[in-house]
Design a protein around this ligand. Structure first.
Ligand code: A2H
Length: 255
């Protein structure tokens, strides 16, 4: 953990259809009628949102559904909802309004819309290394540019039975969104192959890979898609962040 506050972009992934298990728990709740419900992910790389192929939760983490205003309900950890309540995202300042608590494993298989992604609907999937104590406890997944996301997504493709997921939920390819001189246009895939990272459990190699890809993307990456196609990542990052915020699909979240 760094010193001092970290600024994230909160990304709103709209629920299109609950998983069967989540529907059993949430389907009849009056409080959710006519609401827009969003999984909220905290990211340091808003410019990569074009490459989202899914969203991750921890199966053993407790999440909540929280009233944020008259129309919006967020899915995240209680801890994040409390932080948000002090940052202008709650019905009453400093007050958390929780509708229900729900375990991560129940949410797996929910279909969501990830803003800016070329895929119109993606799935909520399990990741082993999600920390309940960081961000919102929801991680949006960009396997083209995040080694953790790439390695986890490959695990799920290879062992869908073990992870209890339907193969159609992982029938997505990484999207080339950033060109880099050293690792090409699928930097996370390239580095995971070079370092022979075989699973999300290869934590030491993943930490090195993450550092290298992050620096290469930030300092030498060029956007291949979107409104800021052709611009360096450093320049595009704040512009895409603002674009998400003005579209109501993102917000600033500090912790
Ligand atoms: B990043 P930092 Cl493309 N548990 O977003 C584990 N990881 C979490 C998390 C949690 N509770 N909350 C957020 N994260 C991830 C995109 C991305 C990210 C790319 C490349 C690198 C990268 C898409 N996933 O992060 O410890 C989120 O993944 C590498 C650092 O606060 C978030 O940004 O520095 C990042 O970790 C925040 O990590």
């Amino acid at each position: 953990e760094g010193v001092g506050p970290q600024e994230y972009t909160g990304i709103k992934l709209k629920v299109l259809e609950w998983s069967r298990e989540a529907h059993n728990v949430l389907g009849s709740l009056k409080e959710l009628e006519d609401k827009n419900i969003y999984f909220v992910a905290a990211t340091l790389r808003p410019e990569t949102m074009y490459g989202q192929t899914n969203c991750f939760v921890g199966v053993n983490i407790n999440y909540g559904l929280f009233n944020i205003n008259k129309t919006d309900v967020f899915v995240c950890t209680y801890r994040a909802a409390r932080n948000m309540a002090f940052q202008g995202y709650s019905i009453e300042r400093g007050q958390v309004s929780q509708i229900i608590e729900i375990k991560g494993e129940t949410l797996v298989g929910t279909k969501v819309n990830a803003p800016l992604s070329k895929y119109e609907q993606v799935y909520v999937l399990p990741m082993e290394n999600v920390l309940a104590t960081k961000g919102t406890g929801v991680v949006t997944s960009v396997p083209s540019d995040s080694p953790d996301d790439y390695a986890t997504f490959q695990d799920l493709k290879k062992k869908s039975d073990y992870y209890k997921i339907d193969p159609s939920w992982v029938a997505y390819d990484p999207i080339p969104i950033i060109q880099t001189p050293t690792y090409g246009d699928l930097a996370a895939q390239t580095i995971c192959q070079q370092k022979k990272i075989n699973s999300q459990k290869d934590q030491v190699k993943l930490a090195e890979a993450k550092e290298l890809v992050y620096k290469e993307g930030f300092y030498n990456g060029i956007m291949l898609v979107g409104d800021h196609k052709g611009k360096p990542v450093q320049e595009a990052k704040p512009l895409i962040k603002n674009l998400l915020i003005s579209a109501g699909q993102g917000f600033v979240y500090n912790e």
